[in-house]
Structure formats: structure tokens, C-alpha cells
Design a protein around this ligand. Structure first.
Ligand code: HPA
Length: 235
């Protein structure tokens, strides 16, 4: 047991999927995993371990934002020996050629978060994906005939920004999309020498202000899940 995760020792698989929404963790476990066993209900941040194509895989909700994902990923890496962590989330497009329902693979994550300036005493760290996981996920998606967009994302601490045009600065520097967790996941993977990747479906656009229907989100989500699960069992 750790403070926020009630799994017994060995109760979490070496490969884990990390959705923000705990109910999505439940849905993933019940829809995609064989014989899922729930190992966590603390704070309703559900976690499950099962198998995918016979190989152990866990799925754990992280909550929204860097402070929340930081708690879960610290405990998963430090206390449960997780080796491969794949975030499966949503993001808002901030670049014209990133469209609703696109699959974005985050190569690296810029951030406005206070976490890394605190951690590194004002120095700047470069949170980056695992090359192995990134290449594997990209190849799997392409083999399925999909066209993932690979590039940098922004992990923001603010969903409701004071300046609604703030995203334009990141867009100017080529960031594809904004979400709220990846920079911390990649930073912790670097610290603990583990592998991490963020797969993101585009759920809304800060440029067009469009958003996806529930059905469209479901299709894009299922494609992302296939890539995530195949990547999780690839090692
Ligand atoms: N901003 C931040 N996080 C998000 C967004 C957004 O527009 N869409 C999905 N996650």
C-alpha cells in the first residue's frame, strides 16, 4: 500500500495506462482487459489490473492536472515498480493542422506549471517521451492505417486562463495541443528511469472552438486505446 493507492505489493503490472478520469479507467478495464481486478478505490481514483492478449496490464486514473498525476505516478514508480506508463488523455488543439479526433503523440511537453521551477530551483528541465515507446506507438498506429501527429504539447496548470488568447504563444512555437499532465509524467519517468508516453485525442479546438460529439470521441478513443494497449504489451 502507498498513501493514495491501496494495491498489495505486486498488485500493479509493469505496464500501465493512465487516463485522467477514474471512470474511464473503469471503462478501459471492463472493455479492453481480460479478468480485471480492481486494486484501488481510495478517493474514487480507480485502478485495475488485468491482462491484454494474455499479458499483465494495469490502468489507473490520475485525476486532472500536474499535482494530481504527480501523486499517482510517484507512487506507481517508487512503490509499485511500474516500468512503462502510457497516459491516454484528451487535449485541445492549438495548431491549425491539428484537427478534432486526431491522435497526438507527445514527443515532449512544455509547461507553465510551477512544479519544475520548484523542483529544479528555477532551472528549466526538458520533459521528453521515451523514444522506444514513441516509436513503437507510432509504428503500431501507422500499421493500422492511422496518421498520428507527433510533436510537442503544452501541459498547463490553468484550464480557465485569465487571458483566453494565452495559447497563441505556445502555438507560435509549434506546440500541437494543450492538456494538463504530460510534463509531470515525463519528468518523473526521467527521475525514476522509467519509460513514459502520452497519447492524446483532440477533444476540442482553441482555434475553431469546435468540440467532438460523444460518438466521435468514442471512435477516436477506441483507436487510441488499441495503440496504447499494443504499445503497453510490446516490451
Ligand atoms: N485545455 C486544457 N486541457 C485540455 C483541454 C484544453 O482545452 N482539452 C482537453 N484537455
Amino acid at each position: 500500500m502507498s498513501i493514495h493507492i491501496a494495491a498489495p505489493a505486486g498488485g500493479v503490472a509493469e505496464s500501465i495506462l493512465l487516463p485522467g478520469d477514474p471512470l474511464r479507467a473503469k471503462f478501459i478495464a471492463e472493455t479492453f482487459l481480460e479478468k480485471p481486478v480492481q486494486y484501488n478505490t481510495v478517493r474514487n481514483m480507480f485502478g485495475y489490473t488485468g491482462t491484454y492478449k494474455g499479458k499483465p496490464v494495469s490502468v489507473q486514473g490520475t485525476g486532472m492536472g500536474i499535482p494530481s498525476i504527480s501523486i499517482y505516478v510517484n507512487e506507481l514508480f517508487r512503490d509499485y515498480g511500474v516500468k512503462r506508463a502510457i497516459r491516454v488523455g484528451t487535449a485541445g488543439s492549438i495548431l491549425a493542422d491539428i484537427h478534432l479526433r486526431d491522435l497526438v503523440i507527445a514527443m515532449a511537453a512544455s509547461t507553465d506549471s510551477g512544479a519544475n521551477p520548484i523542483r529544479f530551483g528555477g532551472r528549466s528541465f526538458a520533459p521528453a517521451a521515451s523514444f522506444t515507446l514513441l516509436k513503437t506507438a507510432f509504428d503500431i498506429a501507422v500499421a493500422k492505417g492511422w496518421t498520428p501527429k507527433v510533436g510537442t504539447v503544452v501541459s498547463s496548470d490553468m484550464f480557465y486562463t485569465e487571458d483566453p488568447e494565452e495559447w497563441r504563444l505556445w502555438s507560435k512555437f509549434g506546440c500541437l495541443a494543450v492538456e494538463m499532465e504530460t510534463a509531470e509524467l515525463y519528468t518523473l519517468a526521467a527521475k525514476y528511469r522509467r519509460e513514459a508516453l502520452a497519447l492524446l485525442t483532440i477533444s476540442d479546438s482553441l482555434i475553431s472552438h469546435g468540440s467532438t460529439s460523444a460518438e466521435e470521441r468514442q471512435t477516436a478513443f477506441t483507436q487510441m486505446m488499441e495503440v496504447a494497449l499494443e504499445t503497453a504489451i510490446s516490451a
